[in-house]
Design a binder for this molecule. Structure first.
Ligand SMILES: Cc1cc2nc3c(=O)[nH]c(=O)nc-3n(C[C@H](O)[C@H](O)[C@H](O)COP(=O)(O)OP(=O)(O)OC[C@H]3O[C@@H](n4cnc5c(N)ncnc54)[C@H](O)[C@@H]3O)c2cc1C
Length: 257
């Protein structure tokens, strides 16, 4: 698939919670090609560090207007700079990168935590457009982390919520809800993106239940194009490059979380 370097004009930013923002960009060639699960590599500044681009999942695409949205957690140098970018500014974005999800499920469950819910949002939107409303199960530390429920509410059939402190939904991790949902709701595929321990536990339970499972891995990466090998890790019987072979894999292909 073709990859583009676009000088993307910022058309808006909005605050989603204390540490998370959504940025909307005009990037028509990336918007035209992007599929759910792919990501872009963003250069936040040309004048100051960090010079390396940062990977962010594509959270929403408006093909008609050539726009993409990214949802990011402000955690370090690059995302702090990104948080201060204003409408009208231009940033360099490379994409769409990587392999996306196999979207052929007829009765899907999406399971996400943290910013893993960003690429799953584009997946939910695409499925909904195809007339399939997935279920979603989302976990967070506190109710504030589950602002995502407002983003998903019009796209999904059922929504399961868990928080570590019990401030919203069931107390505990997504594993507090998952076994019962798998048992009762007869999914044909589960799509997972979030912290590594969550993806490992979810994929083990889903595989054990005999259900297909796709996971979207997150690794430090630099080029995003398969050249620098900084994101390579061990797959089944071979090394895999998360940026190029993934970030989406079938759970059975992954040995290193
Ligand atoms: C394919 C892919 C898709 C991603 N999609 C999103 C997304 O949609 N939204 C989002 O908020 N983030 C996403 N990330 C993570 C995002 O790239 C990092 O949060 C970002 O690079 C941090 O840059 P920074 O300079 O602000 O922080 P840094 O100063 O680089 O890092 C700050 C802290 O975060 C940790 N960290 C940074 N990057 C990673 C990583 N890849 N894995 C684990 N820990 C890390 C560092 O150890 C450090 O503690 C994605 C990563 C990948 C590989």
């Amino acid at each position: 698939m073709t990859k583009y370097v676009e000088e993307a004009r910022v058309i808006g930013q909005r605050v989603l919670n204390r540490a998370t923002k959504q940025i909307d960009l005009i990037a028509p060639r990336i918007a035209a090609e992007a599929v759910p699960g792919q990501f872009v590599n963003v250069q936040v500044s040309r004048r100051t560090a960090p010079l390396l681009r940062r990977p962010l999942g594509i959270a929403w695409v408006d093909k008609q207007h050539g726009a993409i949205s990214l949802i990011y957690r402000i955690i370090g140098d690059a995302t702090k700079i990104l948080a201060d970018v204003c409408s009208g500014d231009v940033i360099s974005v490379v994409g769409p990168l990587g392999h996306g999800f196999d979207c052929s499920a007829k009765h899907p469950l999406l399971v996400g935590g943290g910013t893993g819910l960003a690429p799953l949002l584009y997946l939910a939107e695409s499925m909904e457009e195809e007339g399939i409303r997935p279920d979603v199960l989302m976990g967070g530390r506190t109710a504030d982390d589950l602002f995502w429920k407002d983003e998903y509410v019009n796209l999904v059939e059922r929504m399961g919520l868990t928080t570590d402190d019990g401030s919203l939904g069931t107390r505990g991790t997504v594993m507090a809800e998952l076994p019962l949902m798998l048992q009762r709701l007869h999914y044909d595929c589960v799509y997972v993106c979030g912290p590594a321990p969550m993806m490992k536990a979810v994929s083990a339970a889903v595989t054990e239940a005999g259900i297909k499972c796709q996971v979207s891995l997150e690794r430090y990466m630099a080029c995003g194009l398969g050249a620098c090998l900084s994101c390579s890790c061990q797959g089944v019987g071979k090394r895999i490059k998360v940026c190029q072979d993934g970030p989406v894999f079938w759970a059975g292909e992954v040995t290193e979380w």
